[in-house]
Design a protein around this ligand. Structure first.
Ligand SMILES: O=P(O)(O)OC[C@H]1O[C@H](OP(=O)(O)OP(=O)(O)O)[C@H](O)[C@@H]1O
Ligand SMILES: O=c1cc[nH]c(=O)[nH]1
Ligand SMILES: [Mg+2]
Length: 209
């Protein structure tokens, strides 16, 4: 079974508490999502491979560590995942970016895929799949399947807020995928919204309420 990590860093908790509040507007919401994504990347990149490199400081020659150059791709699930990309890419500027467009049918809650564009060598890249919300898990499950169909093997899912139902759905369908989340919330309501959650992440990011 892949890892399940609920990030309990005080800065992540504090910023999540801020964006959960209904009176926080689009500008602050967007900035905070970006910051939280960056903080989560710090933890989710903990097992990136390092290699030795010989360098010269002004004082001596020494052998130190650098990133082993394993290729990464950041893949947001549109729309809401877009809000996490900048924060991640600030820490990992060499990452390529793919896009998976998906929306949840409001009646059935089933995901509908409408766009997919990935780096050509996605089969050789480790993938950070990002979406603020993991609710029923339908969107994440289908996005992971779409990535695997194109050869991606090492996939980590990064979400800000998750429902237990969504975590279980992803773990059952894709037990090899590690899940990093800012908060494991209580439940889903009858409309498929995470409780307490933060509402509709895409609408709050883009001001489309
Ligand atoms: O786990 P699930 O039940 O599939 O729900 C989660 C999905 O729902 C939201 O997207 P939405 O359909 O609202 O699209 P948007 O990002 O364009 O607003 C969210 O960003 C996830 O992609
Ligand atoms: O609570 C939820 C569930 C799905 N999508 C969201 O944006 N929020
Ligand atoms: Mg939405």
């Amino acid at each position: 079974m892949g890892k399940f990590v609920e990030m309990d860093h005080p800065l992540i908790q504090h910023k999540l508490t801020m964006i959960r509040q209904k009176n926080v507007g689009t500008k602050d919401f967007r900035a905070l999502v970006d910051e939280i994504a960056m903080l989560m990347t710090y933890e989710a990149s903990r097992d990136l491979q390092l290699e030795d490199v010989v360098i010269e400081t002004p004082v001596a020659t020494t052998t130190k560590m650098q990133l082993a150059g394993k290729k990464l791709a950041v893949v947001p699930i549109l729309r809401a995942g877009l809000g996490m990309v900048d924060g991640i890419v600030q820490l990992i500027p060499a990452a390529k970016i793919g896009h998976i467009g998906m929306y949840r049918d409001e009646e059935t809650l089933e995901p509908v895929e409408y766009f997919i564009k990935l780096p050509e060598d996605i089969d050789q890249r480790d993938v950070l799949l990002v979406d603020p919300m993991l609710a029923t898990g339908g969107s994440a499950k289908d996005a992971i399947s779409a990535l695997k169909k194109r050869g991606a093997k090492n996939i980590k899912l990064i979400t800000l807020v998750s429902a237990p139902e969504g975590v279980k759905a992803v773990q059952d369908a894709h037990p090899d995928v590690d899940i990093y989340t800012g908060s494991l919330d209580d439940s889903l309501n009858e409309n498929g919204y995470i409780v307490p959650g933060l509402g509709d992440a895409g609408d709050r990011l883009f001001g489309t309420m």
